[in-house]
Ligand binder design. Structure first.
Ligand SMILES: *Cc1c(COP(=O)(O)O)cnc(C)c1O
Length: 433
């Protein structure tokens, strides 16, 4: 359940009519529900209750300061994948001891910064990274707490671009080499082994691949402990999928996921970490857009919106489905007709849906893309010089803009001219003298 529902014939975010926000902010904009974010976080808390655990929100899915502040205040840790995300987490008030640093390409500068400012652990993805991290930590007179991200070679059976746990994927170290690399880690002066990490992909709609991976991690824990490594934490990654349509079969619930984890981990004395992103943020956000035109094509009609692929790239990038619903509730039984729903960007890929059955929508009608909270605003760009899409957070009957739309001047003035181009351009007649 989320908190985007029709009330009195129009779509609300909690108790705020979206039409009201659209009038004040203009479209397109993202809108998030505090109640949904809170609820999703609490579902994981309940799912892991009774076991020592930390839920680290994967902030690459949604990284606005207001969202991090809200989740941080609930006790969330954060999973970051860059120095920028680390700074975002800290700026939102999350202490270093609740931040885990993931990613295959951490730089020396990022390592030193996080070590200096405080970090729970680095999830190290290669022997090469381990060596560099040890060097950086030792030069600072400290030891970096680490887990090794192990690639368990299981197929998450998800979209090609978001599967990360097969042996051909770039992530982690092969599980077959884990003992060898842990032995290397133990010998390094700047490294302190604290656990094992695994993350096999995103938008998983079945628990079986998770269970296969976690079972291998539990077996590995026994082996590594026998080798003398103090494995006290298992970071089991993120990846639990969400329903993107109201019709299809529902993915497992956090409670089922948690029960499976407890069953697989059993009485092993470890702290559990998980790194959910999409399940917390995905259905907590929508993208609201206006209809510009209903264009009659040859044999096909196009609904042209003022939102485009630069605002929400998931359909273009992953072929992702988003339910798109009118903000004014259609009359029951109203006729629906197939349309291609597209944006204004000059690319055929700027298509949100093909031949989607939609009720009649006139220019200026508002529509909402559901399930757009995760990997939406964070992937937005200014392609076609469309100012970066704003974000709004709702809390009961209040709302606030949590990232304003930049003005055209702000957008243009981010560019700077080199000195040799600073004078006004010569016109043809100047050149002619
Ligand atoms: C992307 C990612 C996550 C979050 O994935 P979701 O599918 O959004 O839950 C967690 N951990 C790591 C290492 C990731 O790369």
């Amino acid at each position: 359940m989320d908190h985007f529902l029709y009330k009195d014939g129009e779509l609300h975010a909690e108790d705020v009519p979206l039409r009201e926000i659209a009038v004040a902010v203009g479209t397109p904009f993202y809108c998030y529900s505090s109640a949904t974010l809170t609820r999703h976080f609490q579902l994981f808390e309940e799912a892991l209750s009774g076991r020592e655990h930390l839920i680290c929100f994967a902030i690459k899915s949604l990284s606005n300061q207001a969202i991090l502040r809200l989740l941080g205040a609930l006790g969330a840790g954060m999973d970051v994948v860059s120095g920028g995300e680390y700074r975002r987490a800290r700026a939102a008030g999350v202490p270093g001891e609740r931040i885990v640093f993931s990613g295959v390409g951490k730089t020396r500068v990022e390592m030193a910064y996080a070590l200096g400012q405080g970090i729970r652990q680095f999830n190290v993805e290669s022997a090469e990274e381990l060596a560099l991290l040890s060097q950086v930590a030792a030069s600072m007179g400290t030891r970096a707490p680490i887990t090794l991200r192990v690639n368990p070679d299981v197929d998450a059976r998800t979209h090609e671009k978001i599967a990360t746990g097969r042996k051909e994927d770039k992530f982690g170290v092969p599980i077959s080499r884990a003992r060898e690399i842990y032995a290397e880690a133990a010998a390094l002066p700047g490294i302190e082994v604290v656990g094992i990490d695994v993350h096999i992909g995103s938008q998983l709609t079945d628990l079986a691949p998770f269970e296969a991976a976690f079972t291998k991690i539990v077996e590995l824990t026994h082996l590594l402990r026998a080798d003398g490594h103090p494995i006290r934490r298992l970071d089991l990654g993120g990846g639990l999928g969400i329903p993107y349509t109201q019709s299809n079969e529902a993915p497992p619930l956090p409670l089922e996921y948690g029960a499976m984890i407890k069953r697989v981990v059993g009485d092993l004395d470890v702290e559990i970490e998980i790194e959910p992103g999409r399940l917390i943020s995905g259905n907590a956000g929508i993208l609201v857009a206006s209809v510009l035109y209903l264009k009659q094509g040859e044999g096909r009609d196009f609904l042209i919106l003022d939102a485009a692929m630069n605002d929400l790239i998931r359909p273009a990038m992953y072929g992702a489905h988003h339910d798109i619903i009118p903000v004014i509730e259609p009359a029951p039984g109203v006729a629906r007709a197939p349309v291609d729903i597209v944006g204004p960007v000059c690319e055929s890929g700027d298509t949100f849906a093909k031949q989607r059955a939609m009720p009649p929508l006139a220019p200026d009608a508002l529509v909402a893309f559901r399930s757009a909270g995760a990997y939406g605003a964070v992937m937005a760009s200014e392609y076609n010089s469309r100012p970066l899409v704003p974000e709004v957070l709702v809390h009961r009957d209040q709302y606030a803009v949590i990232r304003p739309r930049p003005s055209f001047d702000e957008m243009i003035n981010r560019d700077t001219l080199p000195p040799w181009l600073e004078t006004a351009p010569a016109t043809a007649s100047d050149e002619d003298g």
